[in-house]
Design a protein around this ligand. Structure first.
Ligand SMILES: Nc1ncnc2c1ncn2[C@@H]1O[C@H](COP(=O)(O)OP(=O)(O)OP(=O)(O)O)[C@@H](O)[C@H]1O
Ligand SMILES: Cc1ncc(COP(=O)(O)O)c(N)n1
Length: 272
């Protein structure tokens, strides 16, 4: 017996709500052993991003080789990738170590609106990572950028997901968090066609890290052998519970984090 291992390859958010820290929390909450390779340090909080310090590609590669040569990684999930060179070493390591499942969250901009990666890095993600991805999870602006469209409207979400699948990704989940309305609907397109994954929209400003959390929750479930469509629906339900509990967590003065351990902590005491 060994625990299912999920590996996050992402940037650090020292305020703990997004990036690698969100990934580690979501993996743990969803039952996977959590490992992490850091691609960039950010100085950020719930108000914005104050600084970025990239990790050299050679050292990202060294971290990847350390982890992948020892741990039996079931799923590798990417988030912020600091440079085209980092994208290159991640794609190369995925191939060389036969990583069985790859979830790509094509992170471009933080909830605060601050840009996290360059256009060249986005190009590298499109060309080098998407063809190997089991699942890609863009939000609406990320889907538009990857496709070279001016925007992706709600009506064109299935078409955008289908178009992105032509880049070689097995499945695409276009996230509708940036829309308005009573529900927050995402669209999954896989071999079986399009599936709308909807949840009640929570009236809160505390959505820092929702994208990282959703992709990581799906990855943790895939690591445990849950089929993709079930994993996406279960992860979406978990994320919605975590967003609904975010105001109760009350961390920071801007867009606060979601409550990753909503199913674990006693609301009154903040612990299990
Ligand atoms: N207020 C909300 N209530 C319920 N679900 C939400 C809300 N905001 C976002 N979501 C959901 O959170 C997930 C992430 O969506 P979003 O489109 O915001 O991605 P993102 O932009 O990568 O994340 P972020 O906004 O944290 O940068 C999606 O499943 C989306 O439907
Ligand atoms: C290091 C890092 N990675 C990713 C995000 C985006 O997070 P999200 O889109 O989930 O809010 C972030 N703010 N910081």
């Amino acid at each position: 017996m060994s625990a299912p291992v999920a590996l996050s390859v992402a940037g650090s958010d020292p305020s703990g709500g997004a990036g690698m820290q969100a990934d580690l929390k979501a993996f743990s909450a969803m039952g996977a052993y959590a490992a992490a390779v850091v691609t960039a340090l950010t100085a950020q909080n719930t108000l914005g991003v104050q600084g970025i310090f990239p990790v050299p590609a050679e050292f990202v590669q060294q971290q990847l080789d350390s982890v992948l040569s020892d741990l039996d990684v079931a799923v590798l999930k990417t988030g912020m990738l600091g440079s085209p060179e980092v994208v290159e070493v991640v794609a190369e390591a995925v191939a060389r170590h036969d990583v069985p499942v790859l979830v790509v969250d094509p992170v471009m901009v933080a909830t605060s609106g601050d840009r996290l990666v360059s256009e060249e890095t986005v190009d590298a993600v499109r060309e080098l990572l998407l063809p190997h991805a089991t699942l890609v999870t863009p939000n609406l602006p990320e889907a538009a950028t990857l496709l070279g469209w001016t925007e992706v409207t709600e009506a064109r979400m299935p078409e955008a997901a289908e178009a992105l699948r032509r880049s070689g990704a097995g499945a695409v989940l276009v996230k509708g968090g940036h829309l308005v309305g009573d529900t927050s609907t995402d669209v999954l397109v896989d071999d079986d066609g399009a599936l709308a994954v909807a949840a009640q929209r929570v009236d809160t400003a505390n959505t820092h890290g929702t994208g990282c959390t959703l992709a990581s929750a799906v990855a943790a479930l895939l690591a445990q052998g849950v089929p993709l469509r079930d994993a996406v629906q279960e992860a979406k339900a978990y994320l919605t519970r975590a967003i609904a509990a975010a105001d109760g967590l009350g961390v920071g003065h801007g867009h606060g984090p979601v409550h990753h351990f909503v199913d674990w902590w006693e609301p009154s005491r903040g612990r299990r």
